[in-house]
Ligand binder design. Structure first.
Ligand SMILES: Nc1ncnc2c1ncn2[C@@H]1O[C@H](COP(=O)(O)OP(=O)(O)O)[C@@H](O)[C@H]1O
Ligand SMILES: [Mg+2]
Length: 224
């Protein structure tokens, strides 16, 4: 079951999805249609309050559409804006262990932890206390947690909003590398309001007035 899930290409499809929070008459998301059907670095931009976090909550099933259908076979992991709200354990290894659910040998666990830390540029950080990490290193640890739990689709909700520029670029580059890997590229949907980040994406769309625009190449992307 796990193998067949892992080998499947994850996809997400919204068909005429509408959503409003209880007690609100206006639809925050209105007849929204889009598809993500291949791995890569997908970015969504939108102003504050445009519904970006709500869109992610619909994708990962925390909230349900009022109308319309969401199809997905993705095994989704989340990265939030503030890693301190997400990391629970005192050091990198214990945080990663918390995210390994399979019954595998100690040797395999060690290999896996070493591998994912390398994938996010944190080689040798196993024993590092979380409080000694920079914001960007913490964000890369949360990405490693998604990888170690065998997710194939990662949703990132403004993951660089609290980071300085150096850390921002490292987190962007980490996702860029993971999504452009030859063997098993990751699918990533990255939410941002920092326009300078769009150049890293394979495809960009804007969330506005409840609708997601069509996917465009970053160089051709224009705001409405
Ligand atoms: N749980 C909630 N209940 C009611 N309204 C909400 C809730 N969460 C968000 N909203 C409202 O929905 C709108 C969009 O929020 P959000 O999806 O967080 O936007 P963004 O992430 O683009 O800033 C905002 O006006 C916000 O106040
Ligand atoms: Mg938000």
């Amino acid at each position: 079951m796990r193998d067949s899930l892992e080998n499947e290409i994850p996809h997400i499809k919204f068909k005429d999805v509408s959503f409003s929070y209880p007690g609100k008459k206006e639809n925050l998301i209105f007849k929204c249609n889009f598809t993500i059907k291949k791995p890569g670095f997908w970015m969504v931009v939108g102003k504050n309050g445009s519904g970006k976090s709500t869109l992610l909550k619909l994708i990962n099933g925390i909230i349900k559409p009022k109308f319309g259908v969401i199809e997905s076979n993705a095994n989704i992991g989340m990265v939030f804006q503030n890693p301190d709200h997400q990391i629970l354990m005192p050091n990198c290894r214990s945080e990663l262990l918390l995210n390994i659910s399979q019954n595998i040998s100690q040797n395999e666990i060690n290999k896996k932890i070493e591998y994912v830390l390398e994938q996010v540029g944190l080689t040798g950080f196993e024993k590092r206390p979380v409080h000694s990490l920079s914001g960007g290193q913490k964000q890369r640890l949360t990405i490693a947690c998604v990888l170690v739990s065998n997710r194939n689709f990662i949703l990132l909700d403004e993951p660089t909003a609290l980071l300085d520029q150096t850390s921002q670029l490292k987190v962007l580059q980490t996702i860029k590398n993971l999504t452009s890997e030859n063997k098993r590229p990751l699918s990533a949907l990255w939410i941002t309001h920092r326009y300078e980040e769009l150049t890293y994406a394979d495809a960009v769309a804007e969330l506005k007035n409840g609708l997601l625009s069509g996917w465009q190449e970053p160089s051709k992307f224009q705001y409405n």
